[in-house]
Design a protein around this ligand. Structure first.
Ligand code: RAT
Ligand code: ZN
Length: 425
């Protein structure tokens, strides 16, 4: 550490100093869709996966006349070729998701304006498994990633039940959407109709059902050792609610999270399947009711809630709620919010209302290499928002030092999550 780290920074140097610190600080990526390479069919990396990201599939249909059904009939390399040709060769890739691919290719030393994917395919075929993970994490300066682990997915559950190797930097998160959004599917798994597991469940719930669901969850927590439990919820999520889902949340999920001292993550506002033909690319956004978030925090003071909301219109009230409840940790600028103009606005708003007590971003990377662009872009925007905050503080007479900037960035990128999830420093 330079000896001058505790001296005030001249305003002309502030932006460069903030950017340098933000760039150098490794980040704990609190929500991704990554898997270890040993989870073979779920591990996603390389150029064909990058180009068939659902964000880009949605953009393809705005610039191409290809029929949706014929697109799904193609194999993945043909889909990737079509997307490359449409969005990168015949059009300028200015959208955030397109620019992300350009950023990744550049980071790997590949030509982002190549007419075909030949060079990129050769490059990625030489980069495999853990070596690929290490390289991407180093380029993204990511120290840890939290996965999204859906135990109601047969294929995924089998990997967890096998001896497939874990990766020390990939932390599990127990994702439980079917319990609160697709009770029939959850019931199938619970009652053993699909998997022969032992847990009984009916269409109405009795105390013994709660006991058996809790023991199902206990078993998975024991096996998986997640860093939190998680659900994604629709915009019309209500708490408390007089329904099976409401009952399950109150009587099974929240008590389980309390007992295992795990945070409960709620990502609220996704409207699934608005255009079902587009599959993953067909989801949209809706405005949610913040009073349900307030009530769940109020009525469950022993639970800790990680909350991300998808609607831009919910962001200010989420900050207000976090000022009222210290068991609420706002995190990330999720999915349709993950565009520099919106990240800038949300990060500034959070700094103004919450100081450095939030988690500014998560990558949501579905494809390993995406962590490179998601974090490159996020760092740029977070640096700008932080620089503005320090500038304003200096105008009011504060002496901003390098040590203080380092401390703040470390909180935002590492400590706020580690402390909230009770993980070692
Ligand atoms: O951002 C995405 O890729 C979405 O499709 C979802 O995965 C979302 O992030 C989620 O975790 O539900
Ligand atoms: Zn996600």
């Amino acid at each position: 550490m330079p000896e001058t780290a505790d001296l005030p920074i001249q305003s002309a140097e502030l932006a460069a100093e903030v950017e340098r610190i933000v760039d150098d600080t490794y980040v704990f990526d609190v929500h991704t869709h990554q898997y270890p390479p040993s989870f073979k069919t779920l591990f996603s990396a390389g150029i064909d996966d990058l180009l068939t990201y659902h964000y880009l599939i949605a953009e393809l249909f705005r610039s191409s006349h290809v029929a949706v059904d014929s697109f799904w009939d193609m194999d993945k390399p043909r889909q990737a070729d079509l997307i490359w040709d449409t969005l990168f060769v015949r059009n300028t890739p200015v959208s955030e998701a397109c620019r992300g691919v350009v950023c990744v290719l550049t980071a790997y030393g590949l030509d982002p304006s190549a007419p075909t994917l030949k060079e990129a395919r050769e490059f990625f075929s030489d980069l495999q498994g853990n070596a690929h993970i290490e390289k991407a994490m180093k380029l993204a300066r990511v120290s840890d990633m939290v996965m999204t682990n859906d135990i109601f997915d047969e294929q995924e559950a089998k990997y967890w039940e096998s001896s497939a190797a874990r990766h020390p930097a990939l932390h599990p998160a127990l994702r439980l959407d079917p319990l609160l959004r697709d009770w029939e599917r959850a019931q199938d798994v619970l009652s053993g109709r699909v998997t022969n597991r032992r847990y009984a469940a009916q269409t109405t719930l009795r105390d013994e059902d709660v006991t058996s669901i809790r023991s199902f969850l206990d078993g998975w927590i024991e096996r998986m050792k997640p860093v939190y439990m998680a659900v994604s919820l629709p915009p019309d999520f209500v708490y408390p609610e007089d329904s099976i889902e409401g009952f399950l949340l109150k009587e099974a999920l929240l008590p389980t999270a309390r007992e295992h001292k795990l945070p409960f993550s709620m990502m609220i506002g996704a409207r699934r399947g608005v255009n079902p033909a587009l599959r993953d690319a067909g989801d949209a956004v809706g405005y949610a009711d913040i009073t349900s978030v307030e009530r769940i925090c109020l009525e469950n003071p022993e639970n800790r809630f990680l909350v991300s909301m998808l609607s831009r219109e919910n962001q200010h009230e989420l900050c207000v709620a976090a000022r009222k409840f210290s068991n609420l940790m706002p995190f990330g600028c999720w999915w349709f919010l993950n565009n520099p103009s919106i990240v800038r606005e949300i990060t500034t708003e959070r700094l103004e209302m919450l100081g450095a007590t939030f988690i500014p971003q998560h990558s949501d990377a579905r494809v390993l290499d995406q962590i490179i662009y998601k974090w490159n872009h996020a760092r740029h925007t977070i640096s700008a928002a932080l620089t503005d905050s320090y500038d304003a503080l200096a105008r009011d007479g504060w002496r901003v030092t390098t040590d203080q900037i380092r401390r703040d960035v470390k909180r935002l990128f590492q400590e706020n999550f580690r402390n909230f999830a009770r993980l070692p420093a």
